[in-house]
Design a protein around this ligand. Sequence first.
Ligand code: IVH
Length: 696
Amino acid sequence: MLTQDASLWQRYQELKDALHTHNYRYHVLDDPLISDAEYDRLYAELRQIEADHPEWIAPDSPSQRAGAAILDKFIKVRHPAPILSLANAFNAEEARAWFERVRKVDDRVEKAAFTVEPKIDGLTVVLHYRDGVFVQGATRGDGEVGEDITANLRTIKALPLRIPPASAGGDAGAPAVRPPAHLVVRGEAFITIRDFEALNRKLEEAGEKTYLNPRNTAAGSLRQLDSALTASRPLTLLVYQVIAWQENAEQPGVDNAPHSQSETLKTLRRLGFPVPAYDHCADIESAIAACERRAAQRDQPPEEGGMAYEVDGAVIKINDRQLAADLGFVGKDPRGALAFKFPAREVTTRLSGIGVNVGRTGVLTPYAILEAVEIGGVIVERATLHNFEYIAEKDIRPGDRVLVKRAGDVIPYVIGPVVGARQGDEWPYVPPEACPACDQPVEHVEGEVAWYCVNAACPAQLIRNLEHFVSRGAMDIVGCGIKIVEQLVQVGLLHDVAELYTLRKEQLLELDGFAEKKAENLLSAIAASRQRPLARLINALGIRGVGEVMATDLAGVYPDLEALGKAGLEELQQIEGVGPNIAQAIVDWFARPANRELLAKLRQGNVWPQSEVNHPKAEANLKFEGKTFVITGSLPSLTREAAKALIESRGGKVTDSVSKKTSYLVLGENPGSKLEKARTLGIAILDEAALRDLCA
Ligand code: IVH
């Protein structure tokens, strides 16, 4: 290898190491060390090297997570040992009965200790590692033979492509452990409840079909042939069992294989796998108590002991692996473990009607109005019906008895009708032809399942738009909740989001519940939102398919909304993550006359952030080159940093003290002694508006 190549090769290895470490810190430990942007930079550097040296790309390269060639079909894989299932118990009595049965088989069980783990409701996966590198992954199949889904599994960020993921010794967070020559582990791939809900929100906004539940989504994502699609799904993983552990034959005498279940989980964790939190229980009664505690906690938020993902029970395992193995099986169920199932959260109730919500993009979403029913300690009166197609497919009729499921914290959904319980007076549901909020005709977009209200002045859409505009990920107008938004629209004070910035105190004081203080607080929160960075404003506009991440990417390319509005379809599609649909949605949004008017109003209202990034589109505008600025006092809408970024993006320099070399003093409220000095030296003074004019 040439010297130059040798050092590049070394840099390539460093990058791989660093990316594995940071990936592990983020996705397994939930404790990142660097920002997403820094990660992206390292990744881009790695991709560049791989583009120049494709011969260096190994299966453990972080780039292999992006998805591979589309397959025709999955290949079958025989598992090294049967992938067993579990016997069930539905209450403490049945768990005690299981204990009595196994105690009779082997009296060591009398004194056995147990672990209790969550029973994760996902898709079972079997992962193979050779010399620490992930080489193959399969579904469970019939327990003997599964399907090879390696390319799909590689896309899961929590799955280590090599173990340990971080180099030995570094401050990587994963202590050094030597992996065995061949290791096969079993775990569960799944989607967390939050990620599932976010995914469905995104799909709903894009007018696409939403998913029924996290489990089906995870299973569907892993069992399809295009791994690039899998990569776009928020799958994650927990690993809990060693199926095979083979040490290197050249090192006789070495045997690090774990001998108990608690040791298994600790070892897997040390190797870099994400593992579930478990309880160590000295006897069966404390194991049962642990299961009952987990059952009671499952409805709480994760911070209070609830689960971030769906569980359908807890698993009690005899801790001693040898004893568990000696106990053998009954059919496909090992005697040494038991699933303690939690009560199913499915009930039947009457569907009294079907309501229709109007989203901010105008999507109409049907929901079920139910006769109130308790599911797992919560009274449920509403449930999702996904979309009109779902209602037709399942033939769900108002008046039906329906089966409703609540899983984790996910909004309950209607599984389907109990057809046998029909009285004969239930009629198929007909979707509305007019928007339930504004009574204008609804439209269907070719190729989408959704129906839309396309009336730009629809009050329901405006309320949803405003709700999104003021939300935390967008303009973050503190204290402006849904109630206030509804009130402002209903009394006719707001007709679009820009009118927030022209609200006056006298107007607010006339409203119910508004006193001096509340009005002032709201107005100052609105004023403060002028300082939000461009990415926030792009997100706030609510363009279909453009969420927080995409908005940040766009703000990295375009200096302001004017530049973004001028971008064409082709150009937009050059940006990573922008496909033809999103590009079209952006172009359409800026072409709509109502939106152009809105932009003009925002600009006039000084809601016109400039991107703080140095990006290609801004380079041409270097009108401040060679000019030095000093800022004093607080500006009405720009923060100090934003004003500095604005000046610097045009080639100007910002310094702290006024001197003869200063070109401009930017003057805000409550200025300091700098103003005096600037006056003495005869330096040009600008307020924020003048600065903006100068920038344009
Ligand atoms: S142990 C011999 N532990 O539940 C060991 N299974 O029928 C048998 N599952 O699809 C499995 N979480 O994949 C075990 N912590 C956990 C689990 C778990 C979920 C799944 C398993 C199988 C089903 C049991």
